[in-house]
Design a protein around this ligand. Structure first.
Ligand code: ZN
Length: 459
């Protein structure tokens, strides 16, 4: 039985939940917790799973006449995870409800409701229709008999074992004075989550970007680092129009700094903020070419304790498992969130592991992962000296423009230098020799778009 079926079966179990979240902990709602927020009194809310990713809430006001708020906590990871970016709440008439979210935990919802008997639905639509089926891992490998060639799409760019992104939040001046030059010393690419403003009353702290606008423009022009969306003002919003402006204005400000570049960028709505909207997060992500980069990141502030050793341990784990490690910093410098010494110590550890690591921007890594998952290799024709193949990518090349690395090995031990790779126009694609699983491999990069290539082997 699939976990979805189990969730539906659990619909038979109806819980009446009053008061704190602790009273509803347990597996009965597929890991979902529901309660009235900060409430003790006569009203109650019952929750029932009525379909895959569909929860029905029933409010029984009792004798209560003050407004209520229902708190819903959806699992965002693990086998029972909800697609939290796609979640919306509707009333029994199908009207979208205003929902309050905590900035970096989109699966935590607070739904303000009147004290009247009513039903509400917390739901995420099923897989979007018309979307082509993603290729399987097997379809990213091509084994050709006549040439004895084996071709695959590397897990990470350049055949590196794991990926590392280094993020900096809040467009703090020390990013310009410390982070940018230190990263430059190491040759690492950072991701800078900025609040580009414009300034407005009540968000004085976030004038930093505007005060240093020329320097941020220089960072963008230089192109070595990546800028990302941390919302216009880092203060959260109430209402759809305000949310649209906070995300849209920041996106447009960054696009203006990076003309001609892909519009795809990382979005992180920021810790300590609250966002009230009737819409799904997906609506904003899709409209502004953003991807949600809030979660699953390791904070590097010194106050968390033992950051440098923790980073070493996590990095080694991620290399062992071939995964993407995301870390984030706030302010760099003595007496600030991270001391310069600790920041440098972590960079030294990254440098020591550099042969295994693709250290890149969050959008670069997100693009590679998404492109690779949507790509397949197919043979066109082959004989003893030549293989023609095709790569097909389902991603939009306007947004997804990170080159993919292909890895070529031969079943017969042979000199890879003798293979010549050409694109459909006959242009030679430069290749570099490397090692994978102890054997020789030839690596070359291709654009993440549909294309035909040939590999010639000199006898
Ligand atoms: Zn922040």
């Amino acid at each position: 039985m699939s976990s979805r079926d189990e969730q539906v079966t659990r619909a038979l179990i109806v819980l009446t939940l009053v008061g704190s979240l602790t009273s509803v902990r347990g597996a009965d709602l597929g890991g979902v917790a529901v309660a009235l927020d900060a409430y003790e009194g006569p009203a109650s809310v019952a929750a029932e799973v009525v379909g895959p990713f569909k929860l029905q809430l029933t409010v029984n006001p009792g004798t209560e006449n003050r407004a209520l708020a229902i708190r819903v906590s959806l699992p965002s990871s693990g086998p029972r995870a909800w697609p939290t970016a796609d979640v919306e709440v509707r009333d029994a008439e199908g009207k979208a409800m205003m929902v309050r979210h905590v900035g970096i935990e989109w699966g935590k919802l607070i739904i303000p409701v009147p004290a009247v008997a009513a039903k509400y639905f917390v739901q995420a639509p099923g897989p979007r229709e018309g979307k082509p089926k993603p290729p399987t891992e097997k379809e990213r490998v091509l084994v050709d008999g006549p040439t004895g060639l084996r071709l695959g799409i590397a897990k990470w760019y350049d055949g590196r074992t794991a990926a590392l992104s280094i993020r900096f939040d809040d467009s703090h001046p020390t990013h310009l004075t410390k982070a940018v030059p230190i990263l430059r010393e190491y040759g690492f690419r950072g991701t800078f989550m900025v609040n580009p403003g414009p300034p407005e009353p009540g968000s004085r702290k976030r004038y930093d970007f505007v005060d240093h606008r020329a320097e941020w423009e220089a960072v963008a022009r230089d192109g070595h680092h990546e800028l990302a969306n941390h919302s216009a003002h880092h203060r959260g919003v109430t209402g759809d129009d305000a949310m649209e402006a906070e995300i849209g204005d920041a996106a447009r400000a960054i696009w203006a700094l990076t003309p001609g570049k892909s519009k795809l960028m990382a979005l992180n709505l920021g810790g300590g903020t609250q966002w009230e909207t009737t819409r799904t997060l997906r609506y904003y992500l899709d409209k502004y070419h953003q991807f949600d980069a809030s979660g699953n990141s390791t904070g590097m502030d010194d106050s968390y304790g033992n950051r440098v050793e923790n980073f070493r341990r996590m990095l080694e784990q991620h290399i062992e498992r071939g995964l993407w490690l995301r870390i984030h910093y706030h302010y760099i410098g003595e007496g600030l969130s991270s001391s310069e010494a600790n920041f440098r110590a972590a960079m030294e550890i990254a440098k020591a592991h550099q042969p295994d690591l693709w250290i890149a921007g969050m959008a670069d890594i997100h693009k590679y992962e998404t492109e690779r998952n949507a790509a397949r290799l197919t043979p066109v024709r082959s004989d003893a000296t030549q293989l023609e193949f095709q790569i097909a990518c389902q991603t939009n090349p306007e947004l997804y423009d990170q080159p993919l690395t292909l890895e070529l090995t031969r079943s017969n031990p042979a000199d890879e230098n003798r293979a010549t790779i050409k694109d459909a126009k006959g242009q030679v694609i430069p290749a570099r020799r490397g090692e994978a699983d102890g054997g020789a491999v030839l690596r070359f990069d291709v654009a993440p778009r549909d294309g035909k290539y040939s590999i010639e082997i000199k006898p």
